[in-house]
Design a protein around this ligand. Sequence first.
Ligand SMILES: Cc1cc2nc3c(=O)[nH]c(=O)nc-3n(C[C@H](O)[C@H](O)[C@H](O)COP(=O)(O)OP(=O)(O)OC[C@H]3O[C@@H](n4cnc5c(N)ncnc54)[C@H](O)[C@@H]3O)c2cc1C
Length: 459
Amino acid sequence: MTDASADYIVVGGGTAGCVLAARLSEDPAVRVLLLEAGGAERTPAMTMPAAWPQNLGSAADWADVTTAQADAGPGLMPRGKTLGGSSAVNALAHVRGHRGVYDQWPTGWRFADLLPYFMRSERADGRDPALRGTEGPVPVTAVAHPHPVASAFVEALTAAGYPRTGDLSGRSPEGVAWADLAMADGERVSAADAYLRPALGRPNLMVLTDCLVTRLLVAGGRCTGVDYEYARTTRTARADAEVILAAGAIGSPQLLMLSGIGPAGHLREQDIRPVADVPGVGANLQDHPIILASYAARSPLPASRYNNGEAYAALRSPLADGYPDLHLFPIPGRAPATRGRLRADRGGRRPGQPRHGAASIGVSAAAAAHRPRVPDGPARHRPAGGRPEDRQGGGRERGVRCDRGGRSVAGTGDRHGRWPARLHPPRRGQLLPPGRDLRDRPGGRYRAPGARDRRPAGC
Ligand SMILES: Cc1cc2nc3c(=O)[nH]c(=O)nc-3n(C[C@H](O)[C@H](O)[C@H](O)COP(=O)(O)OP(=O)(O)OC[C@H]3O[C@@H](n4cnc5c(N)ncnc54)[C@H](O)[C@@H]3O)c2cc1C
């Protein structure tokens, strides 16, 4: 039975999905249906920039883990499950990739091709107007009051001889800089905030949350609609024009494969009947593995006014191919009350412990006092479910274990960290769903890109 129909069905109300749904529905003659697996609520942890780590392991995170990696064990792979997707739970850094990377992409996707869209998306005042947009929906905030840890980080890298740059998204996209952040008036601006929420009043746009798309319907070689689950019932939506998959780097290939579109051999192993043998689906997974290194602070640290990071370095290792291959950011954090210990570097956990090693950075306890803002929207826009402690944003406080020089330093006090991330690792990952169901979540679902395929000299 068809429960809904539209010209365009957008699967996934994340970063890309919010933009697509908002842009498509600008034409009042086009009917758009957006289906999002997560909820619509904008929790304090999503709103308050410094509280973003609290999103990890919450109801707004799919909380995936990878298969065991050489040298590193299983890796954490957070991704947003909420309106706004990962843009509602991420670290808010608004930094373009290096133009040298885009210029390796096919024609149509090179830096010069993409620049008008970058500019169209942002509102970055005080930057070079030849390269930065000033009228887009995403407001960009520059860091005006840096955290002392971030200042020390910038000074140390500069003293070590690394170049400074005034704008990583400008003419000099390399070096140590103050990061631009996707926030305004002290609050995060996700893709849902910037694009979708302002469009919710349009009669030709229907947004349904808490709806898990479980299958793409294919007839005569065309995708004609989707099956989705809401409140434990299966429903069907039909698309008169197109179904647009915007379920993210994990969700989109996963849904394709569960619908029979992917490497036929693997699909048969999973007892999935192949509809189209497309070996590239699930392949070529790229990420930037990050090592979380935390250190106990010698004296109390102030709370961050921004994203608990603020500074950002794009640097070249000796292995770099013409553009930076390392990112580095400082993370100051205030330790909340300890509840057990957590190995940040492996993501291992004991029963009852929080899921994410990334949580070791901690956040200001002020998040708990920050009240949720319920989004405005038509009645059909259903509010999120989720656990009360997640909705309050302060109930899942994490323990800390800081690793330093191979020795573990446990602490509940303030701390600071350096998070180095390897960009463009040469090894690519692969997504292979472990079963036929989107809710199958055994630990170890993805073969993730490796962090240590080639060890940079001196590391
Ligand atoms: C913790 C974290 C920190 C990050 N920090 C930064 C940062 O500081 N700066 C930066 O530029 N980038 C950052 N990123 C990366 C960035 O947020 C993502 O690259 C980007 O948001 C991906 O957009 P997307 O539209 O592809 O996917 P997403 O935004 O993840 O959207 C996918 C959406 O699809 C939904 N979905 C998936 N499957 C289904 C299904 N079957 N049915 C219905 N809905 C489904 C999901 O719930 C989700 O809402 C971070 C990411 C994370 C997780």
